[in-house]
Design a protein around this ligand. Structure first.
Ligand SMILES: [Zn+2]
Length: 185
């Protein structure tokens, strides 16, 4: 799956969780899901996140290969453990986004080895899509429509998202003003 499809499909699932569990669609939660949904591809230097990793992706790629350990439930467990040491909407979002990425890649033709490093099992699924193909494009559009439907129509999640975004912006401006004040005096 390409990064755009990962982001949109993960946000759609995240919005679905917000609706069913009444979990607030906070801006931190949204940013966390977006970041988490890109994180497993830190094992690929040419991926969206890999190109911005200051060489770290090359190291992970040489050590573990692409779609290796970073695409396992084991890695998800470790990431989630650290995230949930201080649970915030952002860290909960990262944990969920990571899991949704694995979910997305699992259904690709190549699939992933979910049980690494314990077992190399890689499933062959009857229903799968090829990364970068027309079938992925179709998935991208379906998830985009679903996301819009979940956020604006079914869950009215945009109200709280906008509210929390303005609060975050307000906080950031406040901090910036304090810094400028500190520099000036
Ligand atoms: Zn991946």
């Amino acid at each position: 799956m390409r990064y755009k499809t990962h982001i949109v499909s993960s946000l759609t699932l995240g919005a679905g969780i917000s609706i069913t569990l009444h979990y607030p669609f906070h801006v931190g939660y949204v940013l966390g899901i977006m970041f988490g949904s890109l994180l497993p591809d830190i094992d690929e230097p040419r991926s969206f996140i890999g190109r911005r990793s200051f060489g770290f992706a090359s190291f992970v790629n040489e050590t573990f290969g692409h779609r290796g350990i970073t695409h396992s439930l084991f890695a998800w467990g470790i990431v989630s453990f650290f995230c949930l040491l201080s649970p915030t909407p952002f860290t909960i979002g990262i944990s969920l986004g990571y899991l949704f990425h694995l979910f997305g890649d699992f259904f690709s033709v190549r699939s992933i080895q979910l049980f690494l490093p314990f077992h190399p099992f890689r499933p062959k699924l009857p229903l799968s899509y090829k990364t970068g193909s027309l079938s992925e494009d179709i998935l991208f559009y379906i998830f985009t429509i679903l996301l819009v439907y979940f956020v604006f129509i079914l869950g009215h999640l945009h109200h709280y998202f906008i509210l929390s975004s303005t609060e975050l912006l307000d906080k950031m401006i406040h901090i910036l003003v304090e810094i400028i004040k500190g520099v000036m005096t």
